[in-house]
Design a protein around this ligand. Structure first.
Ligand code: HGY
Ligand code: MN
Ligand code: MN
Ligand code: MN
Length: 399
């Protein structure tokens, strides 16, 4: 039986950056190596593996799910750029270990168990997020396939190449079935559990999230010869708009907004920018307040004759009370201190929760750090989280 901590150390090396972070972008060679390794571990446990057309990898207790209902557990294999070693992959590997271990100990469950390694959740390469879980829920727009990364490679081209290789390794071609419930184990990525000295967090709600792209236009021209009153400077427009956005969005209580990415065209020191586009990530636990903040952003963008595109739009959502109770029982079984909490981070669980009873289990993050190389969790919390997940799955599938 594999230990979650040692496995995480192995996966950390797949995509390790020179800044000691991890970068695994969907369909790149690190991502492919990680998905292949996941499939190998699944086979070592005697689980059946199959790959869907978007690159989600599944490991199941049953050779043929047919039209059976099954319980799904997993998370995502991709990371943010120079991210941490746990976000996504912790829940992905813990569900695989849990289901593989349950199979070895107790044989086939009454309700089949399926582990999933979602292809992509972060939006790090093609600027739209949750494509793995959205595909599984049949909610992935066709336009996604035409998106291009910063090297101009299309989503579909990168997908075809990677998925073909994975499918060759799968033991099964396809599986169907109906998802009865979904459990995602994840690091908290925030400071609450550590501060409250809890071992386990049981997630009741996930905040709503809008990832926007705002484009400001100008006219490229010479930085030296063009008089200031004859310029159409995209950077001046962007800085003015960003300044106004900070002032207006500060007025929205409990809103979290982030401008994390900015790109300049032609990005030359002696050329007046012709285009500046920047990201704006809005989050709020109240859907109404999130929508109000978005309306304010839309108005300001129009006033500054700039263009706003919605790249990702997921609603605030309440998770299953019944499954939360099941997780609480599992936490008690393992004498874990636990509390319920709201997730400020977005997760595949919020895509699935719209259609399937869903719950999330958190483990503490040291100093609440995440999406950076300093992301870390105590080994005993990583192990305990995996055991609580395993017990939660056992209670659902074997009893
Ligand atoms: O951005 C998020 O909240 C998630 O980690 N993708
Ligand atoms: Mn993340
Ligand atoms: Mn994540
Ligand atoms: Mn997530």
């Amino acid at each position: 039986m594999k230990n979650i901590v040692s496995l995480l150390n192995e996966f950390k090396k797949i995509g390790l950056t020179s800044f000691d972070g991890v970068t695994r972008c969907v369909y790149d060679e690190n991502w492919l190596a990680a998905q292949k390794k996941y499939m190998q571990i699944a086979s070592d446990y005697g689980l059946y593996t199959f790959v869907d057309d978007i690159g989600n990898v599944y490991a199941t207790t049953e050779k043929n799910l047919g039209q059976k209902v099954f319980i799904l557990s997993g998370s995502h294999m991709d990371t943010v750029i120079n991210g941490g070693p746990l976000d996504g992959v912790y829940g992905t590997l813990a569900s695989l270990i849990s289901i593989g271990t349950l199979m070895k100990k107790f044989g086939h469950p009454k309700i089949p168990l399926v582990a999933v390694s979602f292809s992509e959740e972060e939006g790090s390469r093609f600027n739209t997020a949750f494509t793995g879980s959205r595909y599984l829920m049949n909610k992935l727009e066709d336009t996604v396939y035409g998106l291009r990364d910063h090297e101009g490679l299309s989503f579909n081209h990168a997908r075809q190449n990677a998925v073909t290789q994975l499918k060759e390794l799968a033991s099964e071609l396809k599986a169907t079935g109906l998802i009865h419930a979904f459990i995602e184990l994840h690091i908290e990525q925030g400071p609450i559990l550590e501060k409250k000295r809890q071992d386990i967090g049981i997630v009741t709600d996930i905040v709503g999230q809008k990832k926007l792209l705002i484009k400001c236009y100008g006219v490229a021209n010479h930085a030296g010869t063009t008089p200031m009153n004859m310029r159409c400077d995209a950077m001046k427009k962007a800085v003015t708009l960003i300044h106004q956005l900070y002032a207006v969005l500060d007025e929205f209580v409990a809103l979290r907004y982030t401008i994390g990415q900015i790109r300049v065209q032609p990005n030359a020191a002696n050329v007046i920018p012709s285009e500046v586009d920047f990201s704006l990530d809005l989050r709020h636990k109240s859907q109404k307040r999130l929508d109000d903040a978005f309306t304010a952003v839309k108005e300001l963008t129009e006033l500054n004759d700039s263009i706003l595109t919605i790249m990702t739009d997921v609603n605030a959502i309440k998770l299953s009370d019944q499954l939360a109770n099941n997780s609480a029982l599992a936490a008690q079984y393992h004498n874990s201190a636990y509390q319920s909490l709201i997730s400020g981070a977005g997760h595949d669980a919020q895509i699935i929760a719209k259609y399937v009873p869903t719950t999330m289990i958190f483990v503490p993050s040291i100093k609440g750090n995440s999406h950076s190389p300093s992301e870390n969790t105590k080994s005993e919390h990583l192990v305990n989280g995996q055991l609580v997940l395993q017990q939660a799955l056992y209670q659902l599938a074997y009893i």
